[in-house]
Write a protein that binds this ligand. Structure first.
Ligand SMILES: Nc1ncnc2c1ncn2[C@@H]1O[C@H](COP(=O)(O)OP(=O)(O)OP(=O)(O)O)[C@@H](O)[C@H]1O
Ligand SMILES: [Mg+2]
Length: 504
């Protein structure tokens, strides 16, 4: 059967079908376009009939009917108006599907999110309660929340028995040994604006769990404390994540042996046969690859993290780097958190443009307006490049121990600002005497990447690499870090591993 050769197509057995009446009237139009559309509809009707599809059944569907009458309406327009209409529709389609993807964003927010909520409620995934958890140590405190480690306790265990106990105390008891560890964030309801921040972080975590689950810590949900006990206050909101690992990149970097302390986690073994500088370089490259790959994933869905720093990168037991802390993130697809709250951003990792944006945009536009404007904003401002600057600072810190201390980082920020965010100039001028030999390996590919991340954003994205462009940079192209990861997964012998690295 051919869709192209109309003369061969069998005629419809049902002359009163929607398709046929549509094709008859449209083919009676004198213009080329309507004749074309008419032929197509006739062919579709004929072909459906030839495969035994009863076209009356189509009439029943009001959706198909209204679709057909819409097409009919367009076909009936005078030729000039028809082309104007079609051009407008094409433009709207291109605009709404251009980065960051407003159309897909609307679909996600208004179709997928309610679906996820419905499904989660059916399987009971959102039915978290205060009494499901015990709190452990306090891990950190931000402007709007306090973070604790914790664990899930099975519901058949007496609630009073476990309330307020520390996880470590529980772990000593045999029956609690294999508790599922979690991270709990208590929203500081007493602080102005904290409730909105908590709601926003929750919304965002659900959004990310749909958009890029593998890049981020798994979000388990939220609950409102039903009574005041231990750190729980009645009515207080708590967010819960899966515990992804004991240390963040910041914790690992505090260790003098960094990056060697991550070697076995990242590659499953020691990299024998390489000198220490090459081992350092491979570990750092693997960390950078993972961070930038995750950033590419979230940027592809219109999300900018805006708080990339070692303390917000968790190293899992399997050597994966997961992004956490989306409290300052923005979603350009639907215009959420459009203008950053300065209090949430860490000045040590912020790109130079941050200091311009809030003043230029004193009052953020309402969400739907921000969403509609986002393709223009994305093209003009490239907001994703915010995270790439921060990633450049992380690279520099990993490569040079002098920049890891708080004072070293502060000094770096003062110096880089004074040379107009030109990293090459900074290297000539700095008094920090950083050892950048790791970046100078392989003809300075790492250094070249650093200079293209730590720089002004520039006009039309020319100044700084996006995540996708960074992954195409020669620094990543040889993929020696990837080869080692794959080989270690395949449990190849150490000597063979080393052989392959040398012959890359
Ligand atoms: N899913 C997780 N798995 C393991 N550890 C985590 C996880 N989430 C958070 N943490 C730990 O808790 C700390 C604080 O978490 P987070 O960054 O989300 O909160 P915060 O409000 O920014 O607090 P802070 O300002 O102290 O960073 C992290 O630095 C990390 O050590
Ligand atoms: Mg944090």
């Amino acid at each position: 059967m051919s869709w192209l050769n109309t003369s061969e197509a069998p005629s419809s057995k049902h002359p009163t079908s929607a398709f046929e009446s549509f094709s008859l009237s449209s083919s009676s139009r004198p213009t080329k376009c309507s004749a074309f559309l008419g032929n197509i509809s006739e062919e579709i009707a004929n072909d459906l009939a030839s495969i035994g599809f009863e076209s009356e059944s189509l009439i029943v569907s009001p959706l198909i009917q209204s679709g057909l009458s819409l097409v009919q309406g367009v076909v009936d327009l005078p030729e000039g108006e028809r082309w104007a209409f079609l051009s407008l529709v094409s433009f709207a389609w291109v605009y709404l599907t251009a980065r960051p993807g407003v159309l897909i964003g609307a679909f996600d927010a208004y179709v997928l999110a309610p679906l996820q909520l419905g499904l989660d409620s059916i399987v009971g995934r959102r039915d978290l309660r205060r009494s499901d958890f015990v709190l452990g140590e306090r891990l950190g405190e931000g402007s709007f929340g306090v973070v604790y480690s914790g664990a899930v306790v099975p519901r058949n265990v007496n609630v009073e028995d476990r309330a307020g106990k520390k996880v470590k105390d529980l772990e000593r008891e045999e029956r609690f040994k294999n508790l599922q560890k979690v991270i709990l964030k208590k929203v500081k309801t007493e602080i102005q604006g904290a409730k909105e921040c908590g709601d926003f972080e929750e919304w965002f975590n659900y959004r990310i769990s749909r958009a890029a689950p593998e890049a981020c810590a798994e979000f388990l949900g939220s609950f409102i404390a039903d009574k005041s006990i231990s750190q729980f206050t009645k009515g207080g909101k708590w967010l819960v994540w899966k515990f992804e690992g004991d240390q963040t990149l910041a914790d690992s970097m505090k260790d003098r042996s960094f990056p060697l302390n991550l070697e076995s986690i990242m590659f499953g073994q020691e990299l024998k046969g390489l000198d220490s500088l090459e081992r350092y370089a491979l570990i750092i490259k693997q960390i950078m690859r993972q961070i930038i790959t995750s950033l590419k994933k979230i940027h592809d869905t219109g999300i900018v993290h805006r708080d990339i720093k070692p303390a917000n990168l968790v190293v899992t037991r399997k050597g994966k780097i997961k992004l956490i802390d989306f409290g300052a993130a923005t979603d350009l697809r639907i215009g959420k958190n459009y203008v950053p709250n300065r209090g949430l951003l860490d000045p040590d990792y912020c790109p130079p443009e941050l200091y311009v944006l809030p003043e230029e945009t004193p009052s953020p536009p309402p969400e739907p307006v921000a969403a509609i404007l986002s393709p223009i904003l994305w093209q003009l401002n490239s907001p994703d490049l915010f995270d790439m600057y921060s990633t450049g600072v992380v690279l520099l810190q990993m490569a040079s121990p002098t920049l890891r201390s708080t004072s070293g980082l502060k000094r770096f920020n003062l110096e880089i600002k004074s040379v107009g965010y030109d990293l090459r100039k900074w290297r000539e001028f700095t008094r920090l005497r950083p050892d950048l030999s790791i970046l100078d390996l392989d003809s300075g590919r790492g250094w070249d990447l650093a200079t293209k991340l730590i720089s002004e954003r520039g006009f039309l994205r020319r100044g700084r690499l996006s995540a996708a462009a960074a992954l195409r940079h020669p620094y990543f192209l040889l993929g020696s870090d990837q080869a080692v990861t794959i080989l270690s997964k395949l449990s190849m012998t150490k000597s063979y591993c080393t052989f392959l690295i040398f012959t890359k």
